[in-house]
Design a protein around this ligand. Sequence first.
Ligand SMILES: *[C@@H]1O[C@H](CO)[C@@H](O)[C@H](O)[C@H]1NC(C)=O
Ligand SMILES: *[C@@H]1O[C@H](CO)[C@@H](O)[C@H](O)[C@H]1NC(C)=O
Ligand SMILES: *[C@@H]1O[C@H](CO)[C@@H](O)[C@H](O)[C@H]1NC(C)=O
Ligand SMILES: *[C@@H]1O[C@H](CO)[C@@H](O)[C@H](O)[C@H]1NC(C)=O
Length: 531
Amino acid sequence: MAKIRTIFMLVTLGYVAADVPCARRQIEKKSVVCVCNATYCDEITRDDPAPGKYVAYTSSEAGSRFKKQEGEFTSYYKWNEGASHTIVIDLSKNKQSIQGFGGAVTDAAGIHWSNFSNPQLQDYLINSYFGKNGLEYNMLRVPIGGCDFSTHDYAYNELPWNDGQLTNYTLSPEDFIYKIPMIQQIKAAATSDVHIVATVWSPPKWMKTNEKPNGPSLIKEEFMQTYADYITKFIREYKKHDIDIWAVTTTNEPQDAFLPFTRFQDLGWTPGKMGQWIINNLGPTIKNSSDINHVKILTVDDQRITIPLWFNIMIEKHPEVLNWIDGIGVHWYTDKFSPAAILEAAVKNHPDKFILATEACEGSFPWQLEKVSLGDWSRAQSYIHSILEDLNYNLVGWIDWNLCLDKQGGPNWVKNFVDSPIIVFPENNEFVKQPMFYAMGHFSKWIPRGSVRLEVEEKKGLLEKSVDHVAVLTPKDTVVVVLHNTGNARNVRVQLCEEHTVIALEKASVTTLEFQAPSASSYNYNKIMNT
Ligand SMILES: *[C@@H]1O[C@H](CO)[C@@H](O)[C@H](O)[C@H]1NC(C)=O
Ligand SMILES: *[C@@H]1O[C@H](CO)[C@@H](O)[C@H](O)[C@H]1NC(C)=O
Ligand SMILES: *[C@@H]1O[C@H](CO)[C@@H](O)[C@H](O)[C@H]1NC(C)=O
Ligand SMILES: *[C@@H]1O[C@H](CO)[C@@H](O)[C@H](O)[C@H]1NC(C)=O
């Protein structure tokens, strides 16, 4: 008996020691944030699910953060479990393959990360996102030159003026001091290859018709090739620092150049001109090179409402664009005003192209007076809602915006302050992980690259609110299901083949469930034994 108790204690202790719980700080009228300082930061380990069992992880408005729970699948249906709601997973219908999840190394993020006086705190921040006991992010976006989340406006090769050969192209101090060191540490911490998407907000002013960083502009006709070279030079400069760029986008949010209220760097395009530039300049410069021909080209990189402009109309005018591009990047800011079906329409006829969400953040709208809203569960819910919708519309991944910001939501040279999953408090030598951080993790940690989305059928009573969900089959031969409960506590049945389980979902919560796929385990054996 004593022996059994010892073993039991060892197992339990091992279990507890593996996860470092959230150091909770309750925010008044909101949810909790988890505080990391120079000696403490919460961690989460992924447990391998045993055959016939699941491991579930829950985060909730009430304050759970990756709360672990185990349960069993059975081959007989228990009618008394009170679950009128069933999520039926179909292993035979495979959808898109997943690239990954991540955030952006902006100047702002790099400034905060490098400003932590304690190296342990720097490590905690990177490991929280990329490490084995963190969210295991595997994607990044990095601006080529400056963007609004810089302390000033800049581009490379600003002088000499009209330097079509880019004879004075050097990276900026921001690259050397903040972005490159941060990305190198990220690469060292990450559990898989980090796929980096690089994007220009604005080239140097002399390449643009308005000769300004922002406002209505197009690229000057004589600098179409120069602009393509401007992008490829960046890829080669980063390569010198052992940083591979996985994809470039065709320019950040070209629509901004035509909006009267845009204060930050932009570059406008017409669909026709962009098509020409891709066919004559950007496409061949990358794909016909011998050293960077593997780099993917993503177009749009703007709100999904603009897909008709930067994709449909462009390829109608210039069908050859399809020979050069690999996919589409979309931002989430106008999702409320454009149905997700626009995503389906875009690639329906182009099954070899993919869609990736390349930017999202909370607090960006003028009516969101609180730019940083500490502990706000509703902001986690917007992330979860968007990721679930995007995955169910065949997107291959989701990249968040700034990896960290300060309590004002900056720095940002045009005061376009927004929220971030991690907010830093250098004066206290700490940073806090917001509900949005855990929202990202419910996907990024359990849906590794190469996972394939599965078809799911939701069976429920006519008047019942649905539980938003997604299911994937991972390369580890496990099935992962993410369930988003926006209402009161409820039970949901998860069914795969003839196996069932009922899981209790907390009020206002997100739960990630992982279990072995039937073919990979003694599951089949159990099934035979049970019949
Ligand atoms: C760091 O956080 C831990 C856990 O919350 C706490 O016990 C410790 O006192 C903190 N250290 C400092 C210097 O604030
Ligand atoms: C090259 O760029 C630097 C700034 O990076 C500038 O100071 C210098 O004047 C430029 N050289 C020429 C010849 O314009
Ligand atoms: C790019 O390479 C292809 C085949 O390798 C060739 O047919 C085409 O002419 C090249 N295009 C340019 C613009 O160099
Ligand atoms: C850097 O950290 C110090 C505290 O260590 C803080 O006072 C200062 O504001 C921080 N700088 C920036 C740019 O955030």
